[in-house]
Design a protein around this ligand. Structure first.
Ligand SMILES: Nc1ncnc2c1ncn2[C@@H]1O[C@H](COP(=O)(O)OP(=O)(O)OP(=O)(O)O)[C@@H](O)[C@H]1O
Ligand SMILES: [Mg+2]
Length: 453
């Protein structure tokens, strides 16, 4: 399922160590550090969970131009990140921990930011989502009026789960499910605190937001679902003793969105979400999530993963070149175009039409060569570093994921007439056309082959 996560991403860092002595000049423990672990937190953690569950995830977020943002990108391979300029530092939350206790947390860059700038790519990712999760951590992305309008529009058609924050903005009214924890719900609704007030708080909030339902989460007690006219439903759970409760709420909202996106009803989705959060904690919480494959490849090292390759070249300040086409019956004209494309930058990714895409464009007889073989032949060329297969008619989505600096198109097109040109311009890229080489074409080859029989 294509799920768009919208929200604030921060860098979580665990500094792990042991304590065996006190500091001689102050009565504080000395931590001997054994490891630093970095994770994408907030909306980034939701995106990582959904990607791990096998969904196609786009993360619309705001990042600064800094080392923390670079680390966040590195920790989210496979997630398509649409980062708006936050014009503020990327927040970092550092937890200092020993095996059996948290020692302290150090927050940096968490001061109030301006409302981030939101670009068209972010709005487009909202408008093509099959389910949406908003993970608000109070950093003002959800205040942006155009983004809110896009969320409201899309939420009329697909489920939207909104996890609110005390410093955040109110959910859009088309939200299917809003998921405050009990403290957040009580504070927002102005009720007494504690689970006894969950139902009253949920009802008030549902009326105020105009959303379909509110799910108040109650930690080890589970959650309470309030859906308009229906009587509130208590969803209990088996408490687990969680060594690290961080991320339970994120697991809950990602599971709820996936269930609703699949077509489950609210109660079914809420039950599944509660069970999923419990299972996550029982398995050890964030520590149980798989470490992302490291993409810190040495400069210039080839990788077959087109997105990771483009990202690492971007990060090193290199030029990413992409070229597109069907490449059915590879011929010398193709090879010359691709070699010229590779010379324009530091890596070349070929955006290749899938078999279905070729069939739709060129008719039922095509492709002659199956996708798998077309990929293999392209990768065998020295000038091709990676191949990204796309299934749509046009390469726009593949390009959004790669964000190349240069897009090379072979054939008799003028740059201005290509639909990709404005897209490339939106991130400062350029489109280049390379004329076809006379006498070489797949159609001619195919006709000649037919004569040979
Ligand atoms: N100790 C526990 N045992 C079983 N399930 C739990 C426990 N703690 C949390 N959960 C599950 O996780 C869900 C979310 O937890 P909680 O109410 O603490 O949310 P939260 O405060 O938003 O969490 P987070 O700190 O991750 O944002 C709960 O509704 C429940 O289903
Ligand atoms: Mg929460």
């Amino acid at each position: 399922m294509r799920i768009t996560v919208v929200g604030d991403t921060l860098l979580d860092e665990d500094v792990e160590g042991t304590i065996e002595r006190l500091c001689p000049d102050a009565p504080v423990p000395v931590v001997d550090v054994s490891a630093h672990r970095f994770r994408a937190g907030g909306a980034g953690l939701v995106a990582a969970m959904l990607h791990h569950d096998g969904h196609e995830v786009e993360l619309v977020t705001a990042l600064g131009d800094d080392e923390a943002a670079r680390r966040i990108r590195e920790r989210l391979p496979g997630v398509s990140i649409i980062a708006c300029d936050s014009a503020a530092p990327t927040p970092v939350k550092q937890r200092v921990r020993t095996a059996d206790q948290a020692v302290c947390r150090i927050d940096e860059g968490c001061g109030p930011p301006p409302v981030p700038r939101v670009d068209d790519l972010a709005l487009a990712a909202v408008s093509r989502a099959e389910a949406i999760v908003v993970s608000d951590y109070g950093r003002r992305l959800t205040e942006h009026p155009e983004l809110r309008a896009a969320l409201q529009r899309r939420a009329l058609r697909v489920p939207l789960v909104w996890d609110p924050h005390p410093r955040g903005t109110e959910p859009v009214s088309a939200a299917r499910l809003v998921t405050p924890n009990i403290d957040e719900a009580a504070a927002a609704a102005g009720t007494g605190r504690g689970a006894a007030h969950a139902s009253e708080a949920a009802e008030r909030l549902r009326e105020r937001y105009g959303c379909a339902a509110v799910l108040v989460t109650l930690g080890e007690l589970g959650a309470l679902l309030h859906e308009g006219e229906r009587a509130p439903v208590e969803i209990t759970t088996d408490p687990v003793e969680a060594a690290d409760p961080c991320g339970a709420g994120d697991r809950l909202i990602s599971a709820a969105a996936a269930a609703l996106g699949r077509g489950a009803g609210l109660e079914e989705a809420a039950r599944e979400a509660v069970a999923s959060a419990r299972a996550y904690l029982a398995a050890g919480g964030v520590a149980s999530l798989p470490e992302p494959e490291t993409i810190e490849a040495p400069a210039g090292a080839p990788t077959d993963d087109p997105i990771a390759l483009a990202r690492s070249v971007h990060e090193r300040g290199g030029t990413v070149v992409a070229a597109g086409g069907c490449f059915d019956l590879l011929h010398a004209g193709h090879v010359r175009t691709l070699a010229a494309a590779r010379d324009m930058g530091d890596c070349l990714v070929v955006c290749l039409n899938s078999d279905d895409s070729v069939r739709r464009l060129k008719g039922p007889e095509r492709p002659i060569i199956r996708e798998h073989d077309r990929v293999e032949m392209l990768l065998a060329l020295n000038c091709v570093d990676a191949v990204l297969v796309f299934d749509e008619d046009g390469p726009e989505r593949a390009l959004e994921r790669l964000r190349p600096h240069v897009w090379v198109k072979g054939g008799d097109y003028t740059v201005e007439a290509l639909p990709e040109t404005p897209l490339l311009r939106s991130w400062g890229g350029t489109t280049v056309t390379v004329p076809y080489h006379l006498g070489r074409s797949t159609t001619r080859l195919a006709t000649a082959l037919a004569r040979v029989g």
